[in-house]
Design a protein around this ligand. Structure first.
Ligand SMILES: Cc1cc2nc3c(=O)[nH]c(=O)nc-3n(C[C@H](O)[C@H](O)[C@H](O)COP(=O)(O)O)c2cc1C
Ligand code: SF4
Length: 513
């Protein structure tokens, strides 16, 4: 049996309960696609506009390894590491050896833009899980070590740290705060959401954050910005994506008072944080990662979910009922008349605002891992709290790439990082090269692929064969593990996790399902 066939057989053994859904949707497993020509043909058959080069250029000629300059910022190549947390910080929010290992691997990728490393909470109360990093006086030395070990590893892999830009992603988890226990949410919400409140069990009397409490959170962001600057980070990302607090502000149409309603009010948080950080850390650059569009929350179709001998079969994702919620007023970048569709009008206004604030670093993402993961992180295999793919994941990749292309066309002076490329698997270098060559984005952001195979672009551009066995197959264990209280990591493909006690626990949990 060929290696590829054996790998597919192994996938079927591990994730066989999804077979019926993959067959129903005719989703082609990219692990079995023999070469880039066949992949390009597949894209044509699906009528997806995803650019794809048939050959890989050597580093000296490759757009992936060319520099990019915008607004006084110069970056040494065109690929970035997108933020990815590991649920492996210490109880006090300091990094652990697992965190340091992940950041060293970010450095080993050779990427000259490290977008935040991972979400770092600006306060204990704002943590998304009890193991999230926190930026505070007591975590200074740990955060400084993350940066210095990443830079050292980058120098080793890339030869020099010229043109390297390292940022820290600052976050408050808002609706998804879980600072003290993996099983107990402590949400901080800005408005009542008819679907998400129900999901989180929040009654009509659940308190909203007051304007005064918001003022305190803005101060936390500013203090965090000052510490990040003192630790030598080049920029901070004021996170506005994935359903966390910054993103919730953008959709706070129904909130009363100075942080809700009009576009001006819904962006007051951003403007206040930017002004405050610039006052205390004038040399620090600021970036924004934003969910550029969204849809209503999705759930598994219960009519197509089942318990069988091979475990629970999650039904394909379907939107929560929304007929009674039109015009839809609980999101950002959502079409109010048909909230399953994006509407880029306000995101365009938001980018104009960033430009007027002299913010050029923009990282585009979409949706949320909590309520519509197929939009945010296209995958063949869902995490334990997800649903089977409602569409070919390539459609999800094309949706994010297309939005990025349109926004970049409109804002040539901003420096855009694109997202959701990992699903391209073996053909990621071909698609990334083409997207850059055709000017769809300024930098290609890598998420999950970095957890399995950080050196993918270095191997491709230096003429080494791309290592098929290390390619992320979007198994989603890096999300399933933390949903079950375990550290995140690539359990199927990274032996550091596979053979760890957490790996044994995860295997046992999956066997029970
Ligand atoms: C394990 C894991 C952790 C993540 N943590 C963060 C995070 O801390 N901040 C963030 O903005 N996005 C986070 N993301 C989203 C990724 O940055 C990225 O948007 C997503 O994985 C899609 O890109 P990809 O297709 O390259 O994986 C995370 C994703 C994964 C899989
Ligand atoms: S667990 Fe590994 S293979 Fe699966 S999605 Fe995460 S990084 Fe990719």
């Amino acid at each position: 049996m060929s290696r590829r066939k054996a790998q597919i057989k192994n996938e079927e053994k591990l994730y066989g309960h999804l077979e019926s859904n993959l067959t129903a949707l005719k989703i082609l497993r990219l692990g079995g696609v023999k070469n880039v020509a066949q992949f390009a043909e597949h894209l044509r058959e699906l009528r997806l506009r995803i650019p794809c080069d048939l050959g890989i250029l050597p580093a000296g000629e490759s757009p992936l390894f060319s520099t990019v300059s915008r607004g006084g910022i110069k970056i040494g190549n065109r690929f970035a590491i997108n933020p990815m947390e590991g649920w492996d910080g210490a109880a006090d929010g300091a990094p652990t050896e697992n965190t340091l290992r992940r950041w060293r691997r970010f450095g080993a990728s050779g990427a000259k833009l490290i977008w935040g490393g991972e979400a770092v909470a600006v306060s204990h109360a704002g943590r998304a899980n009890p193991h999230q990093l926190v930026i505070a006086e007591h975590t200074r030395s740990g955060l400084a070590q993350l940066r210095s070990e990443l830079v050292a590893e980058h120098r080793r892999a890339a030869g020099s740290d010229a043109g390297l830009l390292v940022g820290l992603q600052l976050t408050h988890s808002g609706r998804y705060c879980k600072p003290n226990s993996q099983t107990r949410g402590e949400p901080k919400i800005l408005y009542r959401h008819p679907i998400l409140d129900r999901r989180l069990g929040l009654g009509a009397d659940f308190p909203l954050l007051t304007d005064g409490e918001i003022g305190g959170i803005i101060e936390d962001f500013c203090r965090a910005g000052r510490i990040a600057a003192e630790l030598g980070f080049d920029f901070v990302d004021v996170k506005h994506c994935h359903g966390y607090l910054g993103h919730e502000f953008l959709g706070a149409h129904t909130r009363e008072g100075k942080y809700g309603g009009s576009f001006e009010n819904r962006t007051r948080f951003l403007r206040d944080v930017v002004q405050g950080i610039r006052a205390v850390a004038p040399g620090l650059k600021i970036g924004v990662r934003v969910s550029a569009f969204d849809t209503v929350p999705f759930r598994p179709d219960s009519a197509l979910s089942a318990n069988g001998t091979s475990g629970t079969q999650l039904g394909p994702g379907i939107p929560e009922p929304y007929a009674d919620l039109i015009p839809y007023r609980w999101g950002f970048g959502v079409n109010a008349s048909d909230p399953t569709q994006p509407d880029l009008a306000e995101p365009i206004q938001f980018l104009s605002l960033l430009e007027s604030l002299n913010i050029v670093l923009v990282n585009l993402t979409a949706g949320s891992p909590y309520y519509n993961p197929h939009i945010q992180r296209p995958a063949l295999y869902p995490p334990s709290d997800g649903y089977a793919p409602p569409e070919d994941p390539l459609v999800g990749v094309a949706r994010q790439m297309d939005a990025a292309r349109e926004l970049k066309r409109r804002f040539p002076n901003l420096l855009f990082v694109g997202t959701a490329y990992s699903y391209m698997q073996d053909f990621l270098p071909h698609v990334a090269q083409a997207a850059l060559r055709e000017g769809w984005v300024d930098s290609v952001g890598l998420g999950r692929m970095v957890l399995t195979y950080p050196e993918i672009f270095l191997d491709a551009a230096q003429g080494r064969a791309v290592q098929h066995k290390r390619i992320c197959r979007t198994f989603s264990d890096c999300t399933t593990a933390p949903r079950n209280g375990l550290p995140s990591g690539c359990y199927p493909l990274d032996s550091h996790y596979k053979t760890s006690p957490a790996g044994m626990q995860l295997a046992a949990l999956k066997a029970k399902r």
